[in-house]
Ligand binder design. Structure first.
Ligand SMILES: NC(=O)c1ccc[n+]([C@@H]2O[C@H](COP(=O)([O-])OP(=O)(O)OC[C@H]3O[C@@H](n4cnc5c(N)ncnc54)[C@H](OP(=O)(O)O)[C@@H]3O)[C@@H](O)[C@H]2O)c1
Length: 370
């Protein structure tokens, strides 16, 4: 039985003023054992009190304890940074690469939402409800870079996360999948703030999100695949290469990415719709079994299965489990593949900040954060 840490662990947030950064602050301010210690953003914000510089967009108030904290530069030399047991990054990819690498080199532990290191062969790409077993490659990452403590863990693209949790439930129960087709309808908050201009998105659907389809296609294989026997890399689902095709669309929804997914199982005859529904309803993951003491941000239900024929819907279902679950519904037979269904996740919570925080909680349980 793993128990929660006795002492609080100081944490930093990079990109603390942004869309993902604000969710980090909301989640971490009341956290039982992570303690907000450093808030960092661009030089435009550095040196100013958080409440004075942030354009706060959440419908909960700015937590009192951060209002007067002075925003720092995203540097290993920022006051307090080196005392942080974890640094959560909500940085844009154009700046995340160098900053995250330099913090790792300074022996800091970085949990990133940016795409820069997701493809790195020694960096775990972890969706906390799916593949925390990939943390075993951290030791090799540290050894490869001559580090004692520092490492980077990425979480997945938000649209990948919404799909891959449901796919994991199917692979756990029925073995490897063969073909996956998915079409997403993605919220505008996925593009950060201020994001897509209102004249482009109101009364409209934009059938292109740069790089997103490719991310779903290759990230899914890294996440659902295993770790090599020597714990020095990932097998990318090599024994059963996945055929995945994604279409991504931006829709005028503020938060919550929906995906219509069809799958074909390797196992034939394929499981029935009833069996698939049972697999979704009964899915549990390590983050849940670790318990609330250790993993307070994990959802009670990793997948919430909906019976109503018109659910899940972003506005009605994105807040379930405090935005930490994936909703699944509209399950039925598929005339071309085997079954089809709809998934929904909160793109900024489980799709970004909440995943990083649960990942860090699991890393604490595994003794990877001290
Ligand atoms: N939004 C989502 O749903 C979502 C989901 C999954 C992953 N992500 C990923 O998470 C990351 C953040 O996305 P976001 O939506 O939160 O973006 P955002 O709202 O644009 O926020 C960007 C943050 O980065 C900071 N920043 C910008 N330039 C910087 C610089 N040169 N040096 C240091 N900090 C700088 C900004 O600080 P200032 O306020 O000082 O400019 C702000 O805090 C991206 O990599 C994105 O792909 C986002």
């Amino acid at each position: 039985m793993v128990s929660a840490p006795q002492n609080k662990i100081k944490v930093g947030v990079l990109g603390a003023t942004g869309t993902v950064g604000q969710r980090f602050i909301e989640l971490l301010a009341p956290h039982p054992y992570f303690e907000l210690h450093v808030l960092a953003a661009s030089s435009r914000s550095a040196g100013q009190e958080y409440a004075k510089i942030v354009k706060w967009k959440l419908n909960t108030p700015i937590p009192e304890k951060v209002k007067k904290m002075v925003v720092q530069e995203c540097s290993k030399d920022a006051p307090g940074m080196k005392d942080c047991g974890v640094v959560f990054s909500g940085l844009d990819h154009d700046v995340a690469g160098d900053i995250e690498a330099s913090l790792r080199q300074a022996e800091l532990v970085v949990f990133s939402n940016a795409k820069n290191y997701r493809r790195d062969p020694i960096v775990p790409l972890v969706v906390p409800l799916v593949n925390p077993s990939h943390f075993s490659v951290i030791e090799h990452q540290r050894a490869s870079l001559g580090l004692q403590k520092g490492y980077i863990v990425c979480n997945a693209n938000c649209s990948t996360t919404g799909v891959v949790v449901a796919l994991k439930a199917l692979e756990d129960r029925f073995g490897p999948l063969e073909t996956i087709m998915c079409t997403t309808m993605q919220a505008i908050s996925g593009a950060g703030y201020p994001g897509v201009s209102s004249l482009d998105i109101l009364d409209n659907v934009v059938p292109h999100i740069g790089g997103e389809e490719e991310k779903i296609e290759w990230e899914t294989a890294k996440i659902l695949g295993g770790v090599n026997e020597d714990q020095k890399g990932f097998d990318y689902h090599a024994s059963h290469p996945l055929k995945i095709s994604a279409n991504c669309n931006r829709v005028p929804v503020i938060d919550g990415h929906l995906a219509c997914v069809s799958v074909k199982f390797s196992k034939q005859p394929a499981p029935s719709v009833e069996e698939v529904q049972k697999a979704f309803r009964e899915f549990t993951c390590e983050a849940q079994t670790l318990g609330k003491d250790v993993c307070p941000s994990a959802p009670e239900r990793a997948i919430v299965y909906h019976d109503a024929p018109d659910r899940p819907q972003p506005r009605l279902d994105r807040d379930l489990e405090n935005g930490a679950c994936v909703s699944v519904g509209r399950l039925r037979e598929c005339n071309v593949l085997d079954v089809k269904f709809v998934t929904l996740l909160d793109n900024v919570r489980l799709g970004a900040a909440t995943s990083s925080v649960i990942n860090a909680e699991i890393a604490v349980a595994k003794g990877l954060i001290v």
